[in-house]
Design a protein around this ligand. Structure first.
Ligand SMILES: [Zn+2]
Length: 235
């Protein structure tokens, strides 16, 4: 399906390589970008089975509530799609062991068990340097999202299995425009969280910190900070 807006075009799952793959594992963070990719996957008729997976840091334990709320939303909205339970790993980030290590572990297990045809991830590009300066967005660990080159591929092989990153060449402005176009602002948007603040600056995840890179990027693209707190999803 082709998604076109004023901030770019994404030919979602149009590649012939992808069309043959029916069992998709999608990385879900609780944020807006991976939730948009989830929506796009649900709209794709060739996909039969979607397994969401996530890494939860011990120092940010409440993110799982947002992840589960998003997955529940898609199950209700697309009852004919097979949406598996969230595969999650809880981990402690340290200097030596970063989040990617745990995410890779989940992926390797899925490959070993023969459960996956393709991995999908919602990574977007950073805003322009100008925008980042103007909005005081200092992305200490997120430089990797700036300056993708032709060498960076939307699909590349990852331990023999494809990793598909459809939003690699668009920014969160594209994501925000698609939320409007696909009517996701009233239902899906409030379920998502962008803030990566810790307990202290978020009052135990009841409010967004309004300072981290992800808070500022969301405000820039969508016009608001996070709208919800985890307690609303605590059943
Ligand atoms: Zn924040």
């Amino acid at each position: 399906m082709i998604y076109e807006g004023s901030y770019g075009t994404v030919n979602f799952f149009e590649d012939s390589y992808l069309k043959t793959h029916k069992r998709v594992w999608v990385s879900i963070s609780g944020g807006t970008d991976s939730a948009l990719v989830f929506e796009m996957l649900c709209r794709e008729p060739s996909i039969e089975e979607i397994t969401p997976y996530t890494g939860i840091e011990t120092s940010r334990p409440k993110h799982i509530y947002f992840v589960n709320a998003i997955v529940d939303y898609f199950r209700k909205k697309y009852p004919n799609k097979v949406i598996r339970d969230v595969v999650s790993k809880t981990f402690e980030v340290s200097k030596d062991v970063r989040k990617n290590f745990f995410i890779r572990k989940i992926q390797q297990d899925a490959i070993k068990m023969g459960l996956v045809d393709v991995f999908v991830q919602g990574m977007t590009s950073n805003p322009s340097e100008q925008v980042m300066i103007e909005n005081h967005m200092f992305a200490k660990n997120e430089n990797r999202r700036s300056g993708w080159s032709d060498k960076d591929q939307v699909i590349h092989l990852h331990a023999g299995i494809g990793l598909y990153r459809p939003l690699l060449f668009v920014t969160k402005q594209f994501v925000a425009e698609m939320y409007q176009k696909l009517n996701l602002m009233d239902d899906l948007y409030p379920l998502t969280t962008s803030c990566t603040g810790y307990a202290e600056e978020t009052k135990d995840w009841m409010i967004p910190c309004e300072k981290c890179f992800w808070c500022l990027e969301r405000k820039w693209a969508f016009g608001t900070y996070d709208l919800n707190n985890w307690k609303k999803f605590d059943k």
